[in-house]
Design a protein around this ligand. Sequence first.
Ligand code: GAF
Length: 393
Amino acid sequence: EAPADGPSPVNADRRAEQAADAFTRHFGYAPEGVWAAPGRINLIGEHTDYSDGFVLPFALPHTLHAAAAARADGRVRLRSLQAPEGIEFDVTEPAPGTVEGWAAYPAGALWVLRQEGYRVDGLDLLVDSTIPSGAGLSSSAALSCAAVMAGAALHGAEPSASQVIRMARRVENDFVGMPCGVLDQSASMLSAQGHALFMDTRTMETEQVPFAPDRQGMTVLVVDTRAPHRLVEGHYADRHRACQEAAKALGVAALRDVTDLEAALAALASPELRRRVRHVVTENARVLDTVDHLRAGRLREVGPLLTASHMSLRDDYEVTVPEVDTAVRALLAAGALGARITGGGFGGCVIALVEREQVEECGWAVEEAYREEGFTAPSLFEATPSAGARRMW
Ligand code: GAF
Protein backbone atom coordinates (compact mmCIF):
# COMPACT_ATOMS: atom_id res chain seq x y z
CA GLU A 1 0.00 0.00 0.00
CA ALA A 2 1.45 3.39 -0.98
CA PRO A 3 1.80 5.99 1.77
CA ALA A 4 -0.63 8.95 1.62
CA ASP A 5 2.06 11.18 0.12
CA GLY A 6 3.34 8.35 -2.04
CA PRO A 7 5.46 8.45 -5.13
CA SER A 8 2.85 8.46 -7.89
CA PRO A 9 3.26 11.23 -10.50
CA VAL A 10 -0.40 12.18 -10.04
CA ASN A 11 0.25 12.76 -6.37
CA ALA A 12 3.33 14.86 -7.13
CA ASP A 13 1.39 17.02 -9.60
CA ARG A 14 -1.42 17.49 -7.15
CA ARG A 15 0.94 18.56 -4.39
CA ALA A 16 2.72 20.98 -6.71
CA GLU A 17 -0.65 22.49 -7.62
CA GLN A 18 -1.55 22.79 -3.95
CA ALA A 19 1.67 24.68 -3.30
CA ALA A 20 0.93 27.00 -6.24
CA ASP A 21 -2.62 27.60 -4.97
CA ALA A 22 -1.35 28.36 -1.48
CA PHE A 23 1.19 30.81 -2.95
CA THR A 24 -1.63 32.60 -4.81
CA ARG A 25 -3.74 32.77 -1.64
CA HIS A 26 -0.88 34.16 0.45
CA PHE A 27 0.69 36.61 -1.96
CA GLY A 28 -2.31 37.55 -4.11
CA TYR A 29 -0.83 36.54 -7.46
CA ALA A 30 0.26 33.31 -9.20
CA PRO A 31 3.83 31.92 -8.83
CA GLU A 32 6.17 31.66 -11.81
CA GLY A 33 7.23 28.12 -11.02
CA VAL A 34 7.15 25.21 -8.57
CA TRP A 35 10.19 23.15 -7.58
CA ALA A 36 10.16 19.77 -5.83
CA ALA A 37 12.95 18.32 -3.67
CA PRO A 38 12.62 15.04 -1.73
CA GLY A 39 13.90 13.95 1.65
CA ARG A 40 16.21 10.93 1.84
CA ILE A 41 17.10 7.74 3.62
CA ASN A 42 20.74 6.79 3.70
CA LEU A 43 20.82 3.02 3.14
CA ILE A 44 24.43 2.82 4.30
CA GLY A 45 27.57 4.97 4.38
CA GLU A 46 27.02 7.04 7.51
CA HIS A 47 29.40 9.76 8.68
CA THR A 48 31.69 9.02 5.76
CA ASP A 49 30.89 12.01 3.55
CA TYR A 50 33.12 14.51 5.36
CA SER A 51 36.01 12.06 5.12
CA ASP A 52 35.77 11.85 1.30
CA GLY A 53 34.10 8.43 1.58
CA PHE A 54 31.24 6.47 0.02
CA VAL A 55 27.49 6.88 0.55
CA LEU A 56 24.39 5.05 -0.70
CA PRO A 57 21.20 7.06 -0.13
CA PHE A 58 17.84 6.99 -1.88
CA ALA A 59 15.09 9.60 -2.12
CA LEU A 60 11.85 9.32 -0.19
CA PRO A 61 8.43 10.00 -1.67
CA HIS A 62 8.16 12.65 1.05
CA THR A 63 8.85 15.86 -0.81
CA LEU A 64 9.11 19.57 -0.32
CA HIS A 65 7.43 21.82 -2.87
CA ALA A 66 8.48 25.44 -3.28
CA ALA A 67 6.31 27.81 -5.29
CA ALA A 68 8.08 31.05 -6.12
CA ALA A 69 8.16 34.25 -8.12
CA ALA A 70 10.88 36.87 -8.62
CA ARG A 71 10.51 40.42 -7.32
CA ALA A 72 12.32 43.42 -8.71
CA ASP A 73 12.25 45.55 -5.55
CA GLY A 74 14.80 43.66 -3.43
CA ARG A 75 12.23 42.34 -0.96
CA VAL A 76 12.11 38.68 0.08
CA ARG A 77 8.98 37.15 1.58
CA LEU A 78 9.13 33.56 2.86
CA ARG A 79 6.18 31.46 3.98
CA SER A 80 5.88 27.83 5.02
CA LEU A 81 2.59 26.01 5.40
CA GLN A 82 4.25 24.06 8.20
CA ALA A 83 5.24 27.15 10.23
CA PRO A 84 2.96 29.67 11.92
CA GLU A 85 4.73 32.77 10.68
CA GLY A 86 6.52 33.93 7.59
CA ILE A 87 9.40 36.33 7.43
CA GLU A 88 10.24 39.29 5.26
CA PHE A 89 13.54 41.10 4.68
CA ASP A 90 15.61 42.95 2.17
CA VAL A 91 17.71 40.62 0.00
CA THR A 92 20.93 42.37 1.09
CA GLU A 93 20.15 41.96 4.81
CA PRO A 94 20.72 38.39 6.03
CA ALA A 95 24.20 37.53 7.25
CA PRO A 96 25.43 34.11 8.39
CA GLY A 97 24.02 33.11 11.76
CA THR A 98 21.34 35.85 11.83
CA VAL A 99 18.28 33.90 10.68
CA GLU A 100 16.63 31.31 12.94
CA GLY A 101 14.61 28.18 12.20
CA TRP A 102 13.35 26.97 8.83
CA ALA A 103 13.74 30.38 7.15
CA ALA A 104 17.54 30.18 7.57
CA TYR A 105 17.68 27.71 4.66
CA PRO A 106 15.92 29.76 1.96
CA ALA A 107 17.53 32.96 3.31
CA GLY A 108 20.90 31.20 3.19
CA ALA A 109 20.21 29.98 -0.34
CA LEU A 110 19.72 33.54 -1.55
CA TRP A 111 22.81 34.65 0.37
CA VAL A 112 24.95 31.93 -1.26
CA LEU A 113 23.57 32.69 -4.73
CA ARG A 114 24.50 36.37 -4.32
CA GLN A 115 27.92 35.47 -2.91
CA GLU A 116 28.55 33.42 -6.03
CA GLY A 117 27.61 36.25 -8.33
CA TYR A 118 24.07 35.23 -9.27
CA ARG A 119 21.68 38.11 -9.69
CA VAL A 120 18.91 37.88 -7.07
CA ASP A 121 16.74 40.98 -6.86
CA GLY A 122 14.05 39.67 -4.56
CA LEU A 123 11.70 36.73 -4.20
CA ASP A 124 8.37 35.53 -2.90
CA LEU A 125 8.55 31.89 -1.87
CA LEU A 126 6.08 29.51 -0.29
CA VAL A 127 6.99 25.99 0.82
CA ASP A 128 4.80 23.03 1.59
CA SER A 129 6.54 19.87 2.77
CA THR A 130 5.61 16.32 3.70
CA ILE A 131 9.14 15.57 4.94
CA PRO A 132 9.01 15.23 8.73
CA SER A 133 11.34 17.90 10.10
CA GLY A 134 13.93 17.16 12.76
CA ALA A 135 13.70 13.44 11.99
CA GLY A 136 17.01 13.10 10.18
CA LEU A 137 15.32 12.77 6.78
CA SER A 138 17.01 15.85 5.26
CA SER A 139 14.10 18.25 5.26
CA SER A 140 16.54 21.16 5.45
CA ALA A 141 18.72 19.96 2.56
CA ALA A 142 15.55 19.61 0.44
CA LEU A 143 14.59 23.16 1.35
CA SER A 144 18.04 24.54 0.51
CA CYS A 145 18.13 22.71 -2.83
CA ALA A 146 14.65 23.89 -3.82
CA ALA A 147 15.42 27.49 -2.81
CA VAL A 148 18.74 27.53 -4.69
CA MET A 149 17.05 26.14 -7.83
CA ALA A 150 14.14 28.57 -7.60
CA GLY A 151 16.26 31.62 -6.77
CA ALA A 152 18.64 30.96 -9.68
CA ALA A 153 16.03 30.00 -12.28
CA LEU A 154 13.80 33.00 -11.55
CA HIS A 155 16.72 35.29 -12.27
CA GLY A 156 17.56 33.63 -15.55
CA ALA A 157 20.30 31.19 -14.44
CA GLU A 158 20.39 27.43 -14.68
CA PRO A 159 23.05 25.99 -12.40
CA SER A 160 23.83 22.30 -12.95
CA ALA A 161 22.78 19.73 -10.35
CA SER A 162 26.33 19.60 -9.01
CA GLN A 163 26.43 23.38 -8.68
CA VAL A 164 23.12 23.30 -6.79
CA ILE A 165 24.51 20.57 -4.51
CA ARG A 166 27.62 22.60 -3.78
CA MET A 167 25.67 25.79 -3.08
CA ALA A 168 23.05 24.03 -0.95
CA ARG A 169 25.86 22.53 1.12
CA ARG A 170 27.33 26.02 1.54
CA VAL A 171 23.96 27.11 2.99
CA GLU A 172 24.58 24.66 5.85
CA ASN A 173 28.33 25.14 6.17
CA ASP A 174 28.65 28.90 5.73
CA PHE A 175 25.24 30.34 6.63
CA VAL A 176 23.71 27.99 9.22
CA GLY A 177 27.03 26.84 10.67
CA MET A 178 26.57 23.09 10.34
CA PRO A 179 29.75 21.43 8.95
CA CYS A 180 27.91 18.71 6.99
CA GLY A 181 29.18 16.79 3.99
CA VAL A 182 27.49 16.43 0.66
CA LEU A 183 25.28 13.38 1.27
CA ASP A 184 21.89 14.99 1.84
CA GLN A 185 22.00 17.54 -0.97
CA SER A 186 23.26 14.92 -3.44
CA ALA A 187 20.53 12.47 -2.45
CA SER A 188 17.85 15.09 -2.93
CA MET A 189 19.20 16.30 -6.28
CA LEU A 190 20.40 13.10 -7.95
CA SER A 191 18.22 10.20 -6.78
CA ALA A 192 16.21 8.20 -9.29
CA GLN A 193 13.08 6.16 -8.71
CA GLY A 194 13.77 2.48 -8.01
CA HIS A 195 17.46 3.12 -7.37
CA ALA A 196 19.94 3.90 -4.65
CA LEU A 197 22.58 6.51 -5.40
CA PHE A 198 26.11 5.17 -4.98
CA MET A 199 28.41 8.13 -4.69
CA ASP A 200 32.08 8.71 -4.15
CA THR A 201 32.04 11.99 -2.24
CA ARG A 202 35.64 12.72 -3.19
CA THR A 203 35.21 12.63 -6.96
CA MET A 204 31.43 13.16 -6.92
CA GLU A 205 31.17 10.20 -9.29
CA THR A 206 27.80 8.49 -9.04
CA GLU A 207 26.13 5.25 -10.07
CA GLN A 208 22.41 4.56 -9.98
CA VAL A 209 22.18 1.11 -8.40
CA PRO A 210 18.86 -0.71 -8.90
CA PHE A 211 17.14 -0.92 -5.54
CA ALA A 212 13.53 -2.13 -5.48
CA PRO A 213 13.02 -4.29 -2.38
CA ASP A 214 9.31 -4.76 -3.19
CA ARG A 215 10.23 -6.72 -6.33
CA GLN A 216 11.97 -9.28 -4.13
CA GLY A 217 9.26 -9.51 -1.49
CA MET A 218 10.87 -7.09 0.93
CA THR A 219 10.53 -3.53 2.13
CA VAL A 220 12.49 -0.83 3.93
CA LEU A 221 10.60 -0.11 7.11
CA VAL A 222 11.34 3.29 8.65
CA VAL A 223 10.89 3.97 12.34
CA ASP A 224 10.81 7.65 13.18
CA THR A 225 11.91 7.38 16.80
CA ARG A 226 10.66 10.92 17.55
CA ALA A 227 13.76 11.41 19.65
CA PRO A 228 14.56 14.90 18.37
CA HIS A 229 17.96 15.10 16.74
CA ARG A 230 20.02 18.23 17.23
CA LEU A 231 22.94 18.34 14.87
CA VAL A 232 23.83 22.00 15.21
CA GLU A 233 24.34 21.56 18.93
CA GLY A 234 27.89 20.41 18.67
CA HIS A 235 27.95 16.60 18.57
CA TYR A 236 28.12 16.50 14.80
CA ALA A 237 30.82 19.17 14.71
CA ASP A 238 32.79 17.17 17.31
CA ARG A 239 32.76 14.08 15.09
CA HIS A 240 33.79 16.17 12.11
CA ARG A 241 36.71 17.63 14.05
CA ALA A 242 37.80 14.20 15.31
CA CYS A 243 37.99 12.88 11.74
CA GLN A 244 40.07 15.84 10.62
CA GLU A 245 42.37 15.48 13.60
CA ALA A 246 42.82 11.76 12.98
CA ALA A 247 43.52 12.29 9.27
CA LYS A 248 46.14 14.87 10.16
CA ALA A 249 47.76 12.60 12.73
CA LEU A 250 47.87 9.79 10.17
CA GLY A 251 49.28 12.05 7.45
CA VAL A 252 46.43 11.49 4.99
CA ALA A 253 44.24 14.02 3.21
CA ALA A 254 41.09 12.35 4.57
CA LEU A 255 40.19 9.13 6.38
CA ARG A 256 39.14 7.76 3.01
CA ASP A 257 42.83 7.32 2.32
CA VAL A 258 43.47 4.94 5.23
CA THR A 259 44.29 1.64 3.55
CA ASP A 260 45.76 -0.31 6.47
CA LEU A 261 43.31 -0.07 9.36
CA GLU A 262 45.42 -2.01 11.87
CA ALA A 263 48.46 0.16 11.22
CA ALA A 264 46.35 3.32 11.52
CA LEU A 265 44.88 2.17 14.83
CA ALA A 266 48.33 1.34 16.15
CA ALA A 267 49.56 4.81 15.17
CA LEU A 268 46.87 6.70 17.09
CA ALA A 269 47.33 7.38 20.79
CA SER A 270 43.76 8.48 21.54
CA PRO A 271 41.23 5.65 22.08
CA GLU A 272 38.48 8.02 20.97
CA LEU A 273 40.18 8.78 17.66
CA ARG A 274 40.83 5.06 17.17
CA ARG A 275 37.11 4.33 17.51
CA ARG A 276 36.15 7.09 15.09
CA VAL A 277 38.67 5.92 12.50
CA ARG A 278 37.58 2.30 12.82
CA HIS A 279 34.00 3.33 12.10
CA VAL A 280 34.80 5.39 9.02
CA VAL A 281 37.14 2.83 7.48
CA THR A 282 34.89 -0.18 8.08
CA GLU A 283 31.79 1.78 7.00
CA ASN A 284 33.37 2.63 3.64
CA ALA A 285 34.06 -1.08 3.13
CA ARG A 286 30.46 -1.92 4.03
CA VAL A 287 29.17 0.50 1.39
CA LEU A 288 31.28 -1.19 -1.28
CA ASP A 289 30.07 -4.64 -0.16
CA THR A 290 26.45 -3.45 -0.17
CA VAL A 291 26.80 -2.09 -3.70
CA ASP A 292 28.30 -5.41 -4.85
CA HIS A 293 25.33 -7.29 -3.42
CA LEU A 294 22.81 -4.92 -4.98
CA ARG A 295 24.46 -5.08 -8.40
CA ALA A 296 24.18 -8.88 -8.21
CA GLY A 297 20.58 -8.80 -6.97
CA ARG A 298 21.52 -10.31 -3.59
CA LEU A 299 19.38 -7.98 -1.52
CA ARG A 300 18.99 -10.25 1.50
CA GLU A 301 22.78 -10.26 1.94
CA VAL A 302 22.60 -6.53 2.64
CA GLY A 303 20.80 -7.09 5.95
CA PRO A 304 23.84 -8.08 8.07
CA LEU A 305 25.81 -5.14 6.66
CA LEU A 306 23.11 -2.74 7.85
CA THR A 307 23.24 -4.24 11.32
CA ALA A 308 27.04 -4.12 11.40
CA SER A 309 26.85 -0.46 10.40
CA HIS A 310 24.55 0.19 13.33
CA MET A 311 26.83 -1.52 15.84
CA SER A 312 29.74 0.52 14.55
CA LEU A 313 27.75 3.77 14.85
CA ARG A 314 26.68 2.76 18.35
CA ASP A 315 29.99 1.53 19.75
CA ASP A 316 32.69 3.29 17.73
CA TYR A 317 31.11 6.46 16.43
CA GLU A 318 28.78 6.89 19.44
CA VAL A 319 25.94 8.67 17.68
CA THR A 320 23.00 6.56 18.84
CA VAL A 321 20.53 7.21 21.67
CA PRO A 322 18.42 4.72 23.70
CA GLU A 323 15.31 5.19 21.50
CA VAL A 324 17.34 4.25 18.44
CA ASP A 325 19.08 1.24 19.98
CA THR A 326 15.78 -0.04 21.37
CA ALA A 327 14.17 0.14 17.92
CA VAL A 328 17.06 -1.73 16.29
CA ARG A 329 17.01 -4.44 18.97
CA ALA A 330 13.24 -4.92 18.67
CA LEU A 331 13.34 -5.05 14.87
CA LEU A 332 16.10 -7.66 14.79
CA ALA A 333 14.40 -9.76 17.46
CA ALA A 334 11.19 -9.67 15.38
CA GLY A 335 12.97 -11.05 12.34
CA ALA A 336 14.22 -8.01 10.37
CA LEU A 337 17.05 -8.97 7.97
CA GLY A 338 19.04 -5.98 9.19
CA ALA A 339 18.48 -2.66 10.93
CA ARG A 340 20.39 0.54 11.56
CA ILE A 341 20.16 4.17 12.47
CA THR A 342 20.08 6.40 9.39
CA GLY A 343 21.22 10.01 9.06
CA GLY A 344 23.34 12.10 11.38
CA GLY A 345 22.21 10.37 14.57
CA PHE A 346 21.52 11.53 18.15
CA GLY A 347 17.88 10.67 17.45
CA GLY A 348 16.09 10.59 14.13
CA CYS A 349 15.13 7.45 12.22
CA VAL A 350 15.96 3.77 12.13
CA ILE A 351 15.57 1.69 8.96
CA ALA A 352 15.12 -2.04 8.67
CA LEU A 353 15.20 -4.37 5.70
CA VAL A 354 12.22 -6.61 6.27
CA GLU A 355 10.50 -9.49 4.48
CA ARG A 356 7.01 -8.40 3.46
CA GLU A 357 5.36 -10.98 5.73
CA GLN A 358 7.37 -9.76 8.75
CA VAL A 359 6.45 -6.09 8.43
CA GLU A 360 3.51 -6.11 10.80
CA GLU A 361 5.31 -8.11 13.43
CA CYS A 362 8.32 -5.79 13.26
CA GLY A 363 6.07 -2.76 13.68
CA TRP A 364 4.32 -4.26 16.69
CA ALA A 365 7.62 -5.27 18.24
CA VAL A 366 8.93 -1.69 18.11
CA GLU A 367 5.69 -0.23 19.47
CA GLU A 368 5.65 -2.76 22.29
CA ALA A 369 9.30 -2.11 23.18
CA TYR A 370 8.64 1.65 23.24
CA ARG A 371 5.67 1.18 25.56
CA GLU A 372 7.79 -0.90 27.89
CA GLU A 373 10.53 1.72 27.97
CA GLY A 374 8.06 4.59 28.37
CA PHE A 375 9.26 6.29 25.16
CA THR A 376 7.02 8.49 23.00
CA ALA A 377 5.25 6.25 20.46
CA PRO A 378 7.28 6.01 17.24
CA SER A 379 5.81 6.55 13.81
CA LEU A 380 6.37 3.93 11.12
CA PHE A 381 6.26 3.96 7.35
CA GLU A 382 7.65 2.05 4.39
CA ALA A 383 10.15 3.84 2.16
CA THR A 384 9.94 3.47 -1.62
CA PRO A 385 13.04 4.68 -3.52
CA SER A 386 11.71 7.75 -5.32
CA ALA A 387 12.64 10.50 -7.79
CA GLY A 388 15.09 13.32 -7.13
CA ALA A 389 14.55 17.08 -7.27
CA ARG A 390 13.04 18.75 -10.32
CA ARG A 391 11.14 21.75 -11.56
CA MET A 392 7.45 20.79 -11.71
CA TRP A 393 6.41 23.68 -13.96
C1 GAF B 1 23.93 14.55 8.28
C2 GAF B 1 24.84 15.38 7.39
F1 GAF B 1 24.16 16.47 6.91
C3 GAF B 1 25.39 14.55 6.23
O1 GAF B 1 26.30 15.34 5.50
C4 GAF B 1 26.04 13.27 6.74
O2 GAF B 1 27.28 13.53 7.32
C5 GAF B 1 25.12 12.54 7.71
O3 GAF B 1 24.65 13.40 8.74
C6 GAF B 1 25.80 11.36 8.35
O4 GAF B 1 26.08 10.39 7.40
O5 GAF B 1 22.79 14.15 7.59
